[in-house]
Ligand binder design. Structure first.
Ligand code: PRX
Length: 656
C-alpha cells in the first residue's frame, strides 16, 4: 500500500470532521439560524433587503394563499442583471475580474465586471432590435465561453426568459426544448471544440431547427479557435453576435421588473419521456443563489477566487457560475475544456495559476481523478485552496476523504451540497467552517429551509430512512412547469398534499439529525451527476427501426455513480451483435446526447411482463444491480427472467 492508501484507510474510521480553527474564530451563523428558526419569513425578508438591490421595495413577503403556487416579494421590483453587474460597477468595482476565462488550447481572457456590463447592454439592445420583448423565450446553446453569461444577463436585463440547453446535448434535444418553449431567438455558436476535435454546431442547428415556426432569429457567436470552412448563415434570420453588438446602442438601462417575473426555463428529466420545463422567477431565485453562494462557501468576494467546474447548461452553472457569484461580486474561473486535455492535470494547473481558493465539483469527477492517480494533482501547488464543494450525487466516504487529503491537503472543509434544478439553490449542506461534517452526509438544512422525511404512509420519520420532502416554501423554489401547472402539481405536490414538496429522493436521518441522501426513487437515473429519464432513453431506443421494445434501468458504477443498462428486443429477425449495438448507442447520442448512451445493451427475446403486459422494471433493476431476484410469480412468463439474468452475468464475465 502507498502512504496515501494507508492514510485513507486510517481515516475511514473517522466519523466526523470539526471545522478548522481559522474558520470558527471568525465565522458564526448562529444569528441566521436563530432568526430563521424564529420566523423564516422575516428571515428571508431581511436577507432580501440586505443582499439584493431593489428598484421598488417589497411590502409583501410570502403569499401562500394558493398552494402550491407560492409567490415571494410579489409587489417589489428589481432587475437581476443590475444586481449582478451595475451595482458592482457603480460601487467602483468595474475593473474587478468577473471571469478568468481559460480556453481549451490555453487561451486566456479576463472579463471585468465593466466589460461584462458593456456586452450585456449591447446584446440586450441587439435582442430588442430582433423583436424580443419581456416574456419572450430566448434559447441559448453555447459552450463554456463568457458570452454565455452575457447572453443570460442580457435576457434578464430586458425581461426575456432564457432557456439554456447544455452544450453536450444533441441538436435534436435543442429542437425539442425550443419547440415546446416557442423560443423566438436562439443564441448559439459557429463551432465548438472538445479535446482538439471540432463540431460544426451552426450547421447542425440549421439542419434540426431550420423549420421551427416561432424561431425568428439565430444569433451566432464566433467561438474560440480556428474557423475552417464556411458557416451557413440565412440572410434575414441569422446574424453574427459581434456584428449585432457593434451595431447596437451601448446604453441599455435595466428594466425594473416585478419580483415574480419569469427569469428562466431549464429543462430537466422526469419520469416520462417529455422533459420538464422548470420555471424560476426573478427575486426569490436570485436571493437563494446569492445567499447560499455566500454562506455555504464562506465567500469573501474581495479575496476569494472561486471555481465551479460545472457547465452553465445545468442548474449548477446557472446558480453557481453565473447568478450567485456575479450577484456577490466574486471573481471566478471559467474553463472551456475537458479535465484531461491537454493532460490530466489541467484542473490543478488552473487552480495553481489563478490561486483558486474555493473549488466546487462533482463526486464523479473526483472518482475519475482517483482513478487517474494522485500524481496529477501532485504536480501542482494547491495551497491556495481553502474550501471544497461537491454536488450532484451522493459522495462515497472514500472519495470524500481522497478529496479532503489529496486536493484539500487535509485542511479545507468540504461542503456536500444537496439540491436540485427545482430548488434553485442549495437546501441541505454544511456551511464551510461552521458545520461539523461527516463524509457522505450533506448534513443539515440551511437557515430558512424545512426538510423532513416521511414514511410511505406520510408519517414523519425522525431517525432512519424515508421519502425526502420540504414542508415549507422557500424563495428560490420553482414556480411551475412551463405552461403545465397540472404536471407541476402532479409531480411535486400530489402525494402528500399541496403544501408538501416531494423531492423524488430517499434519504436517511441519523441520530444527530444529519441527512444522508440515498438517491432517486423515481425513474430518473443519475449518471455522473446528470439527470436522465429512463423513459426518455427508452423512447430514443425504440425510435430505431431495428428495435421492437426496450426497457432502461440503472446499474451501480464505481465512477459515474450509476450507468445505463438497456434491455432490448429486436424487431423481426435482426440479431443483436456488435454492429447493431454500436448503431443503437450512436442513435441515442444523436437523439439526446452522448451522456445518455447505454453503457451496456442486453439483448432479450422478451422482456419480463405482468399478465396485463406491464414491463416489470423492478426485476430488471435487481438483475442489473446483481441483487437476488424478487418475486417473479406475477410474470406472464417467469422463464424470461432466467434467460435475462444469464445474459447479464455473461456480459459481466466478458468484461472481466
Ligand atoms: O438525487 C439528487 C441528486 O441530484 C438530483 C437533482 O438533480 P439535478 O436537478 O440535475 O441537479 C443537480 C445539481 C443540483 C437530486 O434529486 N443530488 C444532487 N446533489 C446531491 C444529490 N444527491 C446526493 N448528494 C448531493 N449532494
Amino acid at each position: 500500500m502507498t502512504d496515501l492508501e494507508v492514510a485513507l484507510e486510517d481515516m475511514l474510521a473517522v466519523e466526523r470532521f470539526d471545522p478548522p480553527a481559522e474558520f470558527t474564530r471568525r465565522r458564526s451563523v448562529e444569528a441566521d439560524l436563530a432568526a430563521a428558526n424564529a420566523d423564516s419569513e422575516q428571515f428571508w425578508a431581511d436577507a432580501a433587503r440586505d443582499l439584493l438591490t431593489w428598484e421598488k421595495p417589497f411590502t409583501q413577503v410570502l403569499d401562500d394563499s394558493n398552494p402550491p403556487f407560492y409567490t415571494w416579494f410579489a409587489d417589489g421590483e428589481l432587475n437581476l442583471s443590475a444586481n449582478c453587474l451595475d451595482r458592482h460597477v457603480a460601487a467602483g468595482r468595474g475593473d474587478r475580474v468577473a471571469f478568468h476565462w481559460r480556453g481549451e488550447e490555453g487561451e486566456r481572457r479576463d472579463v471585468s465586471y465593466a466589460q461584462l456590463l458593456a456586452d450585456t447592454e449591447r446584446l440586450a439592445n441587439g435582442l430588442r432590435g430582433l423583436g424580443v420583448v419581456a416574456g419572450d423565450v430566448v434559447g441559448i446553446f453555447l459552450p463554456m465561453i463568457p458570452e454565455v453569461a452575457a447572453a443570460m444577463l442580457a435576457c434578464a436585463r430586458i425581461g426575456a426568459v432564457h432557456n439554456v440547453v447544455f452544450g453536450g446535448f444533441a441538436p435534436s434535444a435543442v429542437r425539442e426544448r425550443m419547440e415546446v418553449s416557442e423560443a423566438k431567438v436562439l443564441i448559439t455558436v459557429d463551432g465548438a471544440r472538445r479535446k482538439g476535435r471540432r463540431a460544426e454546431v451552426k450547421a447542425a442547428v440549421d439542419a434540426e431547427l431550420g423549420d421551427l415556426p416561432a424561431l425568428a432569429h439565430i444569433v451566432v457567436v464566433r467561438g474560440p479557435g480556428e474557423h475552417p470552412g464556411e458557416v451557413p448563415m440565412t440572410p434575414g434570420r441569422d446574424i453574427w453576435y459581434d456584428e449585432l453588438l457593434a451595431a447596437a446602442d451601448p446604453h441599455c438601462p435595466a428594466v425594473s421588473l416585478p419580483a415574480e417575473h419569469p427569469l428562466f426555463i431549464l429543462y430537466s428529466s422526469g419520469s416520462t419521456a417529455k422533459p420538464k420545463g422548470i420555471l424560476h422567477t426573478t427575486a426569490g431565485y436570485l436571493l437563494g443563489a446569492t445567499y447560499t453562494h455566500r454562506m455555504v462557501f464562506d465567500l469573501d468576494a474581495d479575496t476569494d477566487v472561486y471555481w465551479c467546474s460545472a457547465d452553465v447548461g445545468w442548474i449548477t452553472g446557472h446558480s453557481y457560475i453565473v447568478y450567485g457569484p456575479l450577484s456577490n461580486g466574486a471573481t471566478s474561473v471559467m474553463y472551456e475544456g475537458a479535465p484531461d486535455y491537454p493532460d490530466r492535470d489541467i484542473w490543478w494547473q488552473l487552480i495553481e495559476e489563478y490561486k483558486v481558493t474555493v473549488f466546487y465539483t462533482a463526486p464523479t469527477a473526483i472518482r475519475t481523478c482517483i482513478k487517474w492517480g494522485p500524481e496529477y494533482p501532485g504536480r501542482h501547488d494547491l495551497s491556495s485552496l481553502r474550501v471544497l464543494g461537491t454536488v450532484g450525487e451522493p459522495i462515497n466516504p472514500k472519495a470524500w476523504l481522497w478529496y479532503h487529503l489529496v486536493i484539500g491537503g487535509g485542511r479545507c472543509p468540504i461542503v456536500d451540497t444537496w439540491w436540485q434544478t427545482e430548488t434553485g439553490s442549495v437546501l441541505i449542506s454544511p456551511l464551510a467552517g461552521v458545520t461539523t461534517t461527516k463524509p457522505g452526509s450533506a448534513t443539515r438544512a440551511l437557515p430558512g429551509i424545512s426538510p423532513a422525511l416521511l414514511g410511505e404512509d406520510g408519517a414523519p420519520v425522525t431517525e432512519g430512512t424515508g421519502i425526502l420532502v420540504i414542508t415549507r416554501p422557500w424563495p428560490s423554489m420553482l414556480r411551475t412547469l412551463y405552461k403545465d401547472d397540472k404536471r407541476f402539481v402532479e409531480t411535486y405536490f400530489s402525494r402528500f398534499g399541496p403544501t408538501t414538496y416531494v423531492v423524488g429522493d430517499a434519504a436517511r436521518l441519523d441520530a444527530d439529525g444529519y441527512f444522508w441522501i440515498i438517491g432517486r426513487i423515481d425513474d430518473v437515473i443519475n449518471v455522473s451527476g446528470h439527470r436522465l429519464s429512463t423513459a426518455e432513453v427508452e423512447s430514443a431506443i425504440v425510435a430505431h427501426e431495428a428495435v421492437a421494445e426496450a426497457a432502461v434501468v440503472a446499474e451501480p458504477d464505481e465512477q459515474t455513480g450509476q450507468a445505463i443498462v438497456a434491455f432490448v428486443t429486436l424487431a423481426g429477425d435482426r440479431v443483436g451483435d456488435a454492429s447493431v449495438e454500436a448503431e443503437l448507442r450512436d442513435h441515442v447520442a444523436r437523439r439526446i446526447g452522448k451522456l445518455a448512451r447505454p453503457r451496456r445493451i442486453i439483448w432479450a427475446d422478451d422482456l419480463p411482463k405482468t399478465r396485463s403486459g406491464k414491463i416489470m422494471r423492478r426485476l430488471l433493476r435487481d438483475v442489473a444491480a446483481g441483487r437476488e431476484l424478487g418475486d417473479v410469480t406475477t410474470l406472464r412468463d417467469p422463464a424470461v427472467m432466467a434467460v435475462i439474468a444469464d445474459r447479464v452475468r455473461g456480459a459481466r464475465d466478458d468484461e472481466e
